[in-house]
Design a protein around this ligand. Structure first.
Ligand SMILES: [Zn+2]
Ligand SMILES: [Zn+2]
Length: 428
């Protein structure tokens, strides 16, 4: 009996060629742009002790309450697949005493994250993020610069039609008053709130502001907004961020409802949205988290960061061209020639050519068909005649022309012909 096929887990995706090439390209652009800003790559495990996330993201957040992949390992320890990056970066920052490095510390990361969300269009249980974090300053110009790095990245990918939404979430001095006001407002319309917002109204009323349920959306439409509660320092900081962005030519939409789904934010919070994305329109988001490093046992270290979702981002990037094809496809006719092309393939690859060759024999016709199908620019054909005088026939599969060259001349010939325009040879 034929064994049953095994399929991938619901909510995961295979990234196949040529799509994978686009992923790599986007990742490379991210590296280039962020490194211009002196961000350095950090890599951290895909799983952590569960408290890394429950303590930082917040016990009452959707992520911790409903979406984490938490399991007990063989030693009885509770572990969780990382649902986001910031908590791990902070854990690594404290554990490795990165605060001892001089100056402002800037890191970026990229990789898979895991959340047990209800699978739906554009939502995956393994999804991918690129993120960046700045540690060691609460200067509002660091906030503006971080946002500019993110916008530069989108610009480098030619993504347009984005909107930057900005808010301040206040600080431990000014937020409690807002929180109380918001909580009593929500209690006055508790009946319209969804079950989980009702439950969280005391512990965390802010959640209702970005809850996706219809009732909550309606109930909070005229909720008090935070701006009139901000203390002087928060106000000044918020104004500076706005001014710096304005001076950089960035248009900003103030959004007092923007609270982000995580507990650890304070002051600056932002989102980048695209009108091309539908209801789930945020492609990136972030904010300041000035107390998180201390919460992890590190010294007081203000910080700010963002994360962007690769899957959503990629729906905004133009699809890749065709898959790259070999420069040359090597065709052997006869046993001696087989041996020769095996070695020739190795030499050409060492010279930097992308090379493929036929496997499994067949006559010349057969093998030339394989060469054509491979999409290669040139076929390099070696038969008995060529073996006899240490040469090869190079056929240009686009132009249809061919010539015989000595074995040693193959790399030079391929290189010259690859550089020559396809329409007609250069006059000079
Ligand atoms: Zn404040
Ligand atoms: Zn709700």
């Amino acid at each position: 009996m034929k064994p049953e096929k095994i399929n991938r887990v619901k909510g995961t995706k295979d990234i196949l060629p040529p799509a994978a090439a686009l992923w790599r390209e986007v990742e490379e652009v991210a590296r280039e742009v962020f490194e211009l800003y002196n961000f350095h790559e950090i890599r951290f495990p895909v799983f952590e002790k569960t408290e890394v996330f429950s303590k930082s993201i917040g016990d009452t957040s959707d992520i911790v309450e409903k979406e984490m992949y938490t399991f007990t390992d063989r030693g009885g320890e509770s572990l969780t697949l990382r649902p986001e990056g910031t908590a791990s970066v902070v854990r690594a920052f404290v554990e490795n005493s990165l605060f001892n490095r001089p100056g402002v510390k800037k890191f970026y990361y990229m990789g898979p994250m895991f959340r047990a969300e209800r699978p739906q269009a554009g939502r995956f249980r393994q999804f991918h993020q690129i993120g960046a974090e700045v540690f060691g300053t609460d200067d509002p110009s660091a906030d503006a610069e971080l946002i500019l790095a993110l916008l530069d990245f989108f610009e480098a990918l030619n993504i347009t039609g984005l909107e930057l939404k900005l808010n301040s979430l206040g600080c431990p001095v000014c937020r409690p008053a807002y929180r109380d006001e918001l909580a009593s407002f929500l209690k006055s319309r508790i009946g319209s709130l969804c079950e989980s917002c009702q439950r969280r109204v005391d512990k965390n009323p802010f959640r209702a502001l970005d809850c996706k349920s219809k009732g909550c959306k309606q109930a909070v439409s005229d909720a008090p907004s935070i701006d009139r509660f901000l203390c002087g320092e928060c106000k000044d900081s918020f104004q500076s961020v706005q001014n710096l962005l304005k001076d950089a030519g960035v248009s900003v939409t103030l959004d007092p409802r923007l609270v982000r789904g995580l507990d650890y934010y304070s002051r600056t919070a932002f989102e980048v949205t695209s009108s091309r994305l539908g209801a789930q329109d945020a492609v990136a988001g972030g904010g300041r988290y000035n107390s998180l490093v201390e919460q992890f046992g590190g010294p007081p270290t203000p910080a700010i960061g963002f994360a962007l979702g690769m899957e959503r981002l990629l729906t905004l990037v133009d699809a890749p061209e065709n898959e790259p094809a070999p420069d040359a496809f090597l065709v052997a006719v006869g046993g001696e020639a087989e041996k020769e092309i095996f070695q020739l393939a190795r030499r050409l690859r060492r010279d930097g050519f992308m090379v493929e060759r036929g496997f499994g024999g067949g006559n010349l016709n057969n093998r030339m068909k394989k060469a054509d199908k491979s999409g290669a620019r040139f076929a390099v054909i070696i038969g008995d005649d060529e073996i006899a005088n240490a040469s090869a026939t190079i056929k240009d599969l686009i132009k249809g022309t061919q010539k015989q060259v000595g074995l040693d001349e193959i790399p030079k010939t391929l290189e010259d012909d690859l550089l020559a325009p396809i329409e007609e040879q250069s006059e000079e």
